[in-house]
Design a protein around this ligand. Structure first.
Ligand SMILES: Cc1cc2nc3c(=O)[nH]c(=O)nc-3n(C[C@H](O)[C@H](O)[C@H](O)COP(=O)(O)OP(=O)(O)OC[C@H]3O[C@@H](n4cnc5c(N)ncnc54)[C@H](O)[C@@H]3O)c2cc1C
Length: 417
């Protein structure tokens, strides 16, 4: 495909933008593929790209029941960071953060990665102890994360109210300067374009309705709304619907599917320079390049496939935002939506072989998988190609729910992401 560049933009500007070609081809499905990925979110599309690029496997299809990025990839608040507590998490999230740093160049697609810093507010002694533990663990592992006094936090984020009379006084903050945001749907489109360019078939509006197996239990292909498509290997990366898809192969995965909501405000002039999260007050906020405040809530406390979510959850979040930033009280909210997140009991993801030969799963990213998109996709491709996990994802297998070696990241993911 044609390289995107400033020269291409200039050339197209001179001919009324009539020369842009489709970003990816949408072919008729083949009878069979070496690998089928179920789920056209960032993780699935990225895995297809890395299968082609790093493992030379190009006879690959990504099957998506809706449109690319229409799942959680296009519904999230785009916060990126790697300051998790345990080595298993730091390995994969830091691998991902490093890939984010060069992703636009890698894909020749502007994913608008913006390392504007993620500031996590501490409101009490417990927060302070917990954040300092994370900072020490991160620093020992070579990952940036630092402690700021309230004054330093206010200097970094001027809208912060650090007065002692604030509704939720701030006694400091943890800052990961390399953390930030990216443009979510550009990530899906960028991976789709680059994968398609290497021969991967992107098949949208096609739902997988069954997984067919051979005499020895191995996968042989998928039933879809467009008929049967054969496959030697299948990678499942269907986010909130992972349990549903895995049940098609009689595999139960330890996940809870719960709605998570976000909302955006009317656009404002640029006044909010970073990402701010408050685990205790339970809200997170950043300002998009369009000027809208992007605000995230917590998960609903019940399992559901409804992409709406409870009203009380977002009203609570807005209460929290207004109490943290009284200056936003008169800002109007424009849109609200939900996505179905797949949460594990230890709040850590699963990338694993399964009891079914040829079937691999990438799931449990729950409320925090956008930041992991490049790293997860990269390591999932390795798992599918080699049949065994990459060393950076070795601790994330399904086995940990049998052995009890859980990776408890509840504190790192406490604002439900
Ligand atoms: C409101 C909200 C805020 C969030 N905020 C953040 C954040 O700030 N930072 C962060 O790191 N993470 C965040 N997340 C989590 C993050 O969005 C997800 O973990 C991540 O995007 C998952 O990507 P994915 O590619 O695995 O899934 P998805 O993008 O959901 O892709 C899975 C795809 O599978 C498809 N599918 C499902 N069933 C089938 C089937 N039977 N056949 C074919 N296709 C199927 C779906 O249509 C979907 O497109 C948030 C999530 C939500 C909902």
């Amino acid at each position: 495909m044609r390289k995107y560049s400033v020269f291409a933009v200039a050339r197209e500007a001179l001919r009324a933008h009539k020369g842009w070609e489709a970003q990816w081809v949408s072919p008729e499905p083949r009878q069979s593929y070496d690998v089928i990925i179920i789920g056209g979110g960032g993780h699935g599309l990225g895995a297809a790209y890395y299968l082609a690029k790093e493992h030379g496997i190009t006879n690959v299809a990504v099957i998506e029941k809706g449109w690319l990025g229409g799942g959680n990839t296009g519904r999230n608040t785009t916060i990126i960071r790697s300051n998790y507590l345990y080595e298993e998490s730091m390995d994969i999230f830091e691998h991902s953060l490093k890939l984010w740093e060069g992703l636009s160049q890698e894909l020749n697609y502007n994913v608008m990665y913006s390392p504007r810093g993620v500031l996590m507010l501490s409101h009490n002694v417990h927060d302070m102890q917990s954040f300092k533990r994370h900072i020490n663990a991160n620093n020992l592992y070579g990952i940036d994360n630092e402690w700021l006094t309230p004054e330093q936090a206010r200097d970094f984020c001027p809208p912060l109210d650090i007065s002692k009379t604030a509704r939720f006084p701030i006694n400091g903050a943890a800052l990961q300067r390399r953390g930030g945001t990216a443009r979510h749907d550009a990530v899906a489109w960028g991976y789709a374009r680059a994968a398609s360019d290497r021969g991967v078939h992107i098949i949208q509006n096609t739902e997988v309705t069954g997984i067919r197996r051979g005499p020895n239990g191995e996968v042989t292909g998928v039933e879809t709304t467009r008929g049967f498509i054969g496959a030697k290997k299948i990678g499942v990366s269907a986010s909130g619907h992972n349990t549903v898809v895995m049940a098609m192969a009689d595999v139960r995965v330890p996940l809870m599917s719960q709605p998570l909501q976000a909302l955006v405000s009317e656009p404002m002039k640029p006044i909010f320079p970073c990402v701010v999260m408050s685990n205790t007050v339970h809200a997170y906020i950043s300002q998009s390049d369009k000027g809208e405040f992007v605000i995230g809530a917590g998960t609903d406390q019940y399992n559901s496939y409804s992409q709406t979510g409870g009203l009380q959850i977002i009203t609570h979040t807005l209460d929290a935002i207004c109490e943290l930033f009284p200056m936003f009280r008169r800002v109007k909210m424009m849109r609200q939506w939900g996505g179905i997140t797949d949460n594990t009991s230890d709040r850590s993801p699963i990338q694993s072989v399964t009891p079914v030969p040829g079937l691999f799963v990438n799931c449990g990213w729950g409320t925090g998988g956008f930041k992991a998109t490049p790293g997860s996709a990269n390591l999932f491709a390795h798992l599918i190609a080699r049949g065994e996990p990459h060393r950076l994802a070795a601790g994330l297998t399904l086995d940990r729910f049998r052995t009890g070696r859980l990776i408890d990241e509840a504190a790192a993911a406490a604002v439900a992401h």
